[in-house]
Unconditional design. Structure first.
Length: 365
């Protein structure tokens, strides 16, 4: 639960203005495609876990996820698909191999997460080159159709993308967006982080940001739009951020799309995510819902694979997959990016047809 008491942040004005505009708009005509992506900041080593506990955390997901996931299907006939953002600074080939086996069964994909502190552009580049090569060699990253090189989605540990923290901790690299792009990153999926001070001023948006030599250049950027083209250095895909009403506590709450044991998914939350209307300018009938979690933490795992997770998926399929008003698509970060790029290129209709539009799936020759 996010208490709004004493909450005054630079992004609050943008959030209120966007919500006011959303309330005045009508629902898009025709079928609305809803893309749901779970960005799991998957950290087996959380809180200094020893090797045995790390293995147990990975094994729990690999053994338990297929059973509940197999009970659910989206409009394309596929199960829920997870995106495991794995911390490359703590690379463990055994963990990654196990996740790879799960993903090759159709239950998700592995992408790049990084925790670093007091770093430099050269140090960041070395870590990315090493980590991306390892994941690519293990057959877990997609390949850019245009360049033939490995491409990856990214989440920054501790929310500190491009020196986002006021104290400069947990990063150190003002030019991080450009270094990421040069290493093959096609989009960042870190945010929202509210009410943390790393939250960008821009909210509920899919946009391009460019380096300017200063910290947090992604406070500004150009929205992705139909008929547009990539600008700046990197695309940022934000999840929904909203002010909602908590009927139990009878007060407003901040909805930041964080799935945790202390704030499990609920139908009201899912509806708020869809209402946020995150998408590509000019294609309002394609709605992108990117939520995040820390699935390796035991309490979160039990919630996600238990009754609360089951209710969440059931609600999504009942409310947003009737085939007439809505089509539901469970997507990975790579697939979400591809659908965004298809919209930018002017494509319309069933969004599920564009899952592999630009970045080919891992293992595809």
């Amino acid at each position: 639960m996010r208490d709004l008491s004493n909450l005054i942040r630079p992004w609050m004005g943008a959030l209120l203005a966007r919500q006011a505009r959303r309330m005045s708009r009508r629902r898009p005509q025709g079928t609305v495609d809803v893309m749901v992506c779970v960005a799991d900041h998957f950290e087996p080593e959380w809180r200094g876990a020893d090797r045995d506990r790390q293995r147990a955390r990975v094994r729990a997901w690999c053994e338990r996820f297929p059973e509940p996931a197999s009970r659910h299907r989206d409009a394309d006939g596929g199960p829920p698909r997870w995106t495991f953002f794995y911390p490359i600074e703590a690379y463990d080939r055994g963990h990654v191999a196990a996740l790879g086996r799960l993903c090759r069964q159709g239950y998700g994909e592995v992408e790049v997460q990084l925790h670093h502190d007091g770093d430099t552009q050269a140090g960041l580049r070395r870590m990315l080159v090493t980590g991306v090569k390892r994941l690519s060699d293990d057959g877990l990253l997609g390949v850019n159709r245009d360049t033939g090189c490995a491409g990856f989605a990214f989440v920054h540990g501790n929310w500190a993308l491009a020196n986002s923290r006021p104290d400069g901790r947990w990063c150190g690299v003002n030019g991080e967006l450009r270094v990421l792009a040069e290493a093959g990153c096609y989009a960042d999926f870190t945010f929202p982080s509210a009410p943390h001070p790393t939250q960008p001023r821009r909210v509920n948006s899919i946009y391009y940001a460019g380096e300017d030599g200063r910290p947090r250049p992604h406070d500004r950027g150009a929205p992705v739009r139909v008929g547009g083209e990539a600008t700046g250095d990197l695309m940022l895909v934000q999840g929904p951020l909203a002010l909602t009403w908590d009927p139990r506590r009878r007060r407003p709450r901040l909805e930041a799309a964080d799935l945790r044991a202390t704030d499990p998914p609920h139908p009201d939350r899912g509806d708020a995510w869809v209402r946020a209307g995150i998408g590509v300018v000019g294609r309002p009938e394609w709605v992108f819902v990117k939520v995040h979690t820390h699935g390796a933490q035991e309490a979160n795992l039990e919630m996600l694979l238990g009754e609360a997770g089951e209710r969440f998926l059931t609600h999504l399929e009942r409310a947003y997959n009737d085939g007439a008003r809505y089509r539901l698509h469970y997507v990975t970060a790579r697939e979400l990016f591809n659908i965004v790029k298809a919209a930018e290129a002017g494509h319309a209709g069933n969004a599920g047809a564009y899952r592999d539009f630009l970045i080919r799936p891992p293992g595809e020759s």
